[in-house]
Every structure is written in structure tokens, then in C-alpha cells.
Design a protein. Structure first.
Length: 177
């Protein structure tokens, strides 16, 4: 996807997911979650072109500006929307699918004792993560899952399921009729 198309898609996601966003111009100018993701795209390009210091420097400046920290090494799909983004932290080896919604204070972090290429969570497509949720370690959150506000997730969450609590537990699966 070309940069202008990506920006339009991101603004479209913000308009769809945030009832407080009145128009695309407003989204473009004031939504720090969009700004953080757009700057991440630049820093990720620098990271992949083996300019890690420059990438990290820019990402730290963006963190001071937006209060959202996205490591340049993370892999993020299309149309991630970070609503009220302050306090969001996305670690280096995190992988995020398409069309995800994160609220403020979300952490995709490591556990400190894990080394290697996969230290952070992998988040599927269409995942919603509530305010203050913490997801730690090399775990997987499946497509269409939901993580409740304030949950601390330390193990995999299957596709389509909801995890809540500290430590997070899965809510019973919805029965289909």
C-alpha cells in the first residue's frame, strides 16, 4: 500500500472506530494514535535498512510527543487504531495484525527472562485490547479476540475469545444457535 493510501485507510479506521472523531481533517491533525503509527512506519523502514540508532532516536522523540512508544522493530499490519493513546508500549518483537483497536495504557511487553527473536506478543487481526491491558511474553492472541480493560494476559488467547482479569482468564465461549 502506498503511503497516501495507508494514511487514508488509517483515517478511515479512526472514523469508523472512534465516535468522537468528526471528520478526516480532525483525525489527521489531532489523533496522537495515528501520528504514532505513521512515525512508526518511518522508523520501521529505517530499522529494516539497518539504521537502528536513527530509528530509535526518532521513535523516542515521537514517544515524548505522543506518549506512545512503538519500537521500530515491531511489525504492525494495516489500520491499527490507538484510541486515547497515552501510555501505549509496543515491544521490539511484537507482531500486530490488521484492523486492531488499542485503548490507552496497553502494553505488549516481554517478561524479561526470554531472549531471542520472539519475546513479545503476536496479535491477530481484528483484535480489541482494552485500556490498561498488559500482554506479556511470546504469546499469541488469535483473530477477533478481545482483551478486557486492565487484564494481565500471560498465556495464549484463542481466536474469537475474550480474556479478562488478573491474571486473565477466558470467558466462556459464546454458543452458536
Amino acid at each position: 500500500m502506498k503511503p497516501i493510501q495507508r494514511i487514508r485507510a488509517d483515517i478511515g479506521a479512526a472514523m469508523r472506530l472512534d465516535p468522537a472523531t468528526r471528520n478526516g481533517f480532525e483525525a489527521f491533525i489531532v489523533l496522537s494514535g495515528l501520528h504514532a503509527v505513521w512515525w512508526y512506519r518511518l522508523t520501521n523502514t529505517l530499522w529494516r535498512h539497518r539504521l537502528p540508532f536513527v530509528a530509535r532516536l526518532i521513535s523516542q522523540i515521537v514517544r515524548w510527543w505522543t506518549l506512545i512508544e512503538i519500537h521500530p522493530g515491531a511489525r504492525i499490519g494495516d489500520r491499527l487504531f490507538i484510541d486515547h493513546g497515552a501510555g501505549v508500549v509496543i515491544g521490539e518483537t511484537a507482531i500486530i495484525g490488521d484492523d486492531c483497536l488499542f485503548y490507552h495504557g496497553v502494553t505488549l511487553g516481554g517478561q524479561g527472562d526470554v531472549r531471542g527473536d520472539r519475546r513479545h506478543p503476536q496479535i491477530g487481526n481484528n483484535v480489541v485490547i482494552g485500556a490498561g491491558a498488559i500482554i506479556l511474553g511470546p504469546i499469541t492472541v488469535g483473530d477477533n479476540a478481545k482483551i478486557g480493560a486492565g487484564a494481565v494476559v500471560l498465556s495464549d488467547v484463542p481466536a474469537g475469545r475474550t480474556a479478562v482479569g488478573v491474571p486473565a482468564k477466558l470467558l466462556p465461549a459464546k454458543k452458536s444457535r
